[in-house]
Write a new protein. Structure first.
Length: 149
């Protein structure tokens, strides 16, 4: 697995990939090197920057999600949430056929390895409040604001 680092308005991001397949996207602290940047990682960075500026509504990146069967169900449901829309954790639980799994849905969102592209930021509490996000609630708020919410 290779990695590349880029600076964004939300801080440094680490892209983990193999060839032209994204496996992980994370915010990280201080970066001492660029890693191995490629045309593929540059494309990811460009699409993220376009999204952050409100110029992109969908991503055209090849990625692979690796997790438990339950996590994969949740993440596949997240992929269906349109730009500029939100669902609650309960709605996701209902959509995957397990209405009692609200907390487990939240945990799966927290383990999402490809945040933003697999849009866990579009999942909110049942009262509409912004709850946990890997990049922090302030980042979640900003991402939803970019999408007009």
């Amino acid at each position: 697995m290779e990695q590349a680092f880029y600076k964004t308005k939300f801080g440094n991001i680490k892209i983990e990939y193999e060839g032209s397949m994204l496996f992980s996207l994370k915010t990280v602290g201080e970066v001492m090197c660029e890693g191995k940047r490629t045309a593929f990682t540059d494309k990811i960075f460009t699409e993220l920057e376009e999204y952050f500026c409100g110029k992109r509504k969908s991503f055209h990146i090849s990625y692979k999600l690796t997790g438990t069967d339950f996590q994969l169900k949740v993440w596949r449901e997240l992929e269906k949430i349109p730009y500029g829309n939100t669902l609650t954790y309960r709605e996701i639980a209902e959509r995957i056929g397990n209405s009692k799994a609200v907390r487990a849905v939240g945990a799966a969102c927290g383990k999402n390895p490809i945040w933003i592209i697999v849009p866990c930021h579009r999942v909110v509490g049942s009262d509409g409040k912004l709850t946990g996000y890997a990049g922090g609630v302030d980042m979640k708020r900003e991402l939803l604001e970019i999408e007009g919410l």
